[in-house]
Design a protein around this ligand. Structure first.
Ligand code: FES
Ligand code: FES
Length: 213
């Protein structure tokens, strides 16, 4: 499949094909006939109210709008990056009700009433979040494209450690997780850095973890 053809398969087309296929499998034939692709292709608008960085935003969105696109295209919070748009790179990581999520993999309408924190809500140039300051101190980036997602992920990840939530590599399921590189690397494995700043990123996270221990 060439690039041009691939671009033509939009998110909407993909979701519609998926929905039609699922409908065809789940429903009897006489109902399937009514669920035509033409009907599903029509955009459905919905009112969504989401708290973003402490401020409530009421939006009128196509129900297939991802949280990532709502943040970037509707609220113009472009700090959250679109990398793969497929849940594979972590560039779009935000914190939703205290948990880190890939905002490209979730629809905005699913977050009605949620509290979302993006990189813009963690700190600003005048008052940096300790994790932002540590990334600068340890040179935890090169191009910076993955950095907002890395920082949001790291902040929520340290909270998971503080709560004693074990990871795949934790030595014990009941003891507090250790603040060692292997533990941090495993927990940050969903955030890809094409520039390879991994060792500096781990140093920055370790710095913040030790300072707040
Ligand atoms: Fe969401 Fe890559 S853009 S995981
Ligand atoms: Fe360039 Fe991570 S700093 S992708």
């Amino acid at each position: 499949m060439d690039d041009l053809h691939r671009k033509k398969i939009s998110r909407r087309t993909f979701l519609i094909v998926g929905a039609v296929t699922a409908t065809a499998i789940a429903l009897p034939p006489f109902i399937c006939a009514q669920a035509s692709a033409a009907n599903l292709a029509r955009p459905v608008q919905a009112k969504v109210s989401i708290q973003v960085n402490g401020e409530v935003h009421a939006m009128d969105l196509d129900t297939l709008t991802t949280l990532l696109d709502a943040l970037r295209e509707h609220l113009h919070l472009s700090g959250t990056k679109k990398g793969c748009d497929h849940g594979q790179c972590g560039a779009c990581t935000v914190i939703a009700d205290g948990r880190r999520i890939n905002s490209c993999l979730t629809l905005a309408v699913m977050h009605e009433g949620s509290s979302i924190t993006t990189i813009e809500g963690l700190g600003n140039p005048e008052k940096l979040h300790p994790m932002q300051a540590a990334f600068i101190k340890h040179d935890g980036y090169q191009c910076g494209y993955c950095t907002p997602g890395q920082i949001c992920s790291a902040v929520a990840m340290l909270e998971e450690i503080r709560q004693g939530i074990p990871s795949h590599v934790s030595a014990s399921l009941t003891e507090p997780p250790q603040l060692i590189a292997r533990e941090l690397q495993e927990r940050m494995s969903g955030n890809i850095c094409r520039c390879g700043a991994y060792s500096n990123i781990i140093e920055a996270i370790t710095d913040v973890a030790e300072a707040s221990a």
